[in-house]
Write a protein that binds this ligand. Structure first.
Ligand SMILES: [Zn+2]
Length: 141
């Protein structure tokens, strides 16, 4: 897990506060300690962290930013999907989406919030949902 430490060190104070706020619950014991240790290294107390977390990022450039936290640290996530074609042939389609490195948000892969949404997505998956993902992904670019 050296990677997490290196990543944490590379963040600005502001990014670290956002990262900790959004992601802390995603991590387990040892990794959580690393996040805490990094904030201690920078002499943050809890109040400062909360204040930074609640402060929006300055938009410095025309770079695309995350709709959830405002960071411009986005990376491309590629999924491969096999689609059926005629005559029993299949094609593999690469689907690129963008995920935020700070808060882990990917608008096209949101976790369903409640049971009803989850059921709806399960039922949709076969047809609509996938096609929607392909056509919708353009709005990120
Ligand atoms: Zn984000």
């Amino acid at each position: 897990m050296e990677k997490l430490e290196t990543f944490l060190e590379s963040l600005s104070d502001h990014e670290l506060a956002k990262f900790a706020g959004y992601r802390y619950d995603d991590f387990l014991g040892n990794s959580r300690e690393k996040i805490i240790r990094e904030t201690q290294k920078r002499n943050f107390d809890k109040a400062q962290l909360v204040e930074l977390f609640n402060t929006p990022f300055d938009k410095q450039s025309e770079k695309e930013t995350c709709p959830q936290c405002g960071s411009d640290k986005l990376f491309i996530e590629t999924d491969y999907d096999v689609r059926a074609k005629r005559y029993y042939r299949t094609v593999e389609v690469a689907i690129d989406t963008k995920r935020c490195q700070i808060c882990n948000y990917n608008p096209l892969k949101r976790k369903p919030k409640n049971l009803i949404d989850r059921i709806r997505i399960t039922f949709k998956k076969k047809g609509n949902e996938r096609i929607k993902r392909i056509t919708k992904w353009n709005f990120w670019n």
